[in-house]
Design a protein around this ligand. Structure first.
Ligand code: NAP
Length: 263
């Protein structure tokens, strides 16, 4: 199924569930400064919440806020019973440590799932695994190759796919071209999260039965959004950019929030 259609069906189900729920879950977003990409991501998150009936509040701070002041705002959210879960939109100004922020968020409310103790699954890997599961991908024994080892995508993706019984190989910028081509040639599932426009192209020999998940978000010379893979790879499935993993990540956020109703 097209990802757009899949996401719409899932959102409709969430909206229906909330119409019959005894209470409405609440999300808070903490934004520091005015990063253009962050503004757009936050608009998307607020729109998704409004669409399904989740209460969402944006707390906006100037980029002059200190790490100490931001951490005290995080502690306020940790203690506020009216906030079920919250996130700090990244990036934050360089003077503020992302690690310090993640350590300050109560794991029970860490909706982005960045902390290892978080009660929630990390949104991008969760969005991908939920979609693959619903689309009938066979994880057990599949050769899964992940390109990119970041803390927000590659590593949690590797952990989640290991938990789904895949044979996981995690590649990165120090992997030789020869090895990269070898592993990709044998892959049943390829998750590309490197931030390099069109890196995976037709020169790579891939299994015709492989599924390719393109996480990359890049801009081409004309300013259009493009993935890490060129469109039209000779594989069974390839997620598009735009209209692919970005939507799945947004869906995972609202699916995660629904978990608080079960507690
Ligand atoms: P990141 O923190 O910049 O990490 C990039 C990773 O790719 C690093 O592990 C790096 O290896 C590896 N890498 C770079 N060039 C490579 C190459 N030529 N071959 C193999 N590996 C290479 O990136 P990120 O935060 O994970 O994001 C990756 C991409 O996904 C970006 O385009 C980002 O915008 C996008 N993204 C999309 C979503 C979504 O919802 N759609 C969510 C998050 C991120 P080293 O570790 O060796 O440096």
């Amino acid at each position: 199924m097209e990802i757009k259609e899949y996401v719409q069906i899932r959102k409709d189900l969430i909206r229906q569930t909330l119409q019959n729920a005894s209470r409405v879950p609440s999300l808070a977003i903490l934004q520091v400064g005015d990063n253009a990409a962050s503004n757009s991501y936050i608009r998307g998150k607020l729109k998704d919440c409004a669409e399904v009936g989740i209460k969402a509040t944006l707390f906006h701070y100037p980029d002059t806020i200190s790490e100490k002041e931001l951490i005290s705002e995080i502690k306020r959210c940790n203690q506020d019973p009216a906030i079920d879960a919250f996130l700090v939109q990244l990036p934050v100004p360089k003077a503020i440590s992302e690690r310090a922020i993640h350590l300050a968020i109560d794991p029970k409310k860490d909706i982005d799932g960045f902390s290892p103790l978080s009660a929630f699954a990390s949104c991008t890997p969760k969005g991908i695994v939920d979609y693959l599961t619903d689309e009938g991908f066979t994880f057990k024994g599949a050769n899964a190759v992940i390109l990119g080892r970041s803390n927000i995508v590659g590593k949690p993706m590797a952990k989640m796919l290991t938990g789904k019984d895949c044979n996981v190989t995690l590649l990165h910028s120090k992997t030789s071209d020869e090895d990269m081509r070898f592993y990709l040639k044998h892959a049943d599932l390829i998750v590309v999260a490197i931030g390099r426009l069109g890196h995976i192209d037709l020169s790579y020999e891939l299994k015709p039965t492989a599924w390719v998940v393109d996480v990359g978000i890049n801009r081409d010379a004309a300013g259009h959004l493009r993935g890490d893979c060129l469109p039209g790879l000779k594989v069974a499935r390839q997620t598009p950019v735009p209209g692919g993993v970005g939507l799945l990540t947004r869906l995972a956020l609202i699916t995660n929030i629904m978990e608080v109703l079960k507690r």
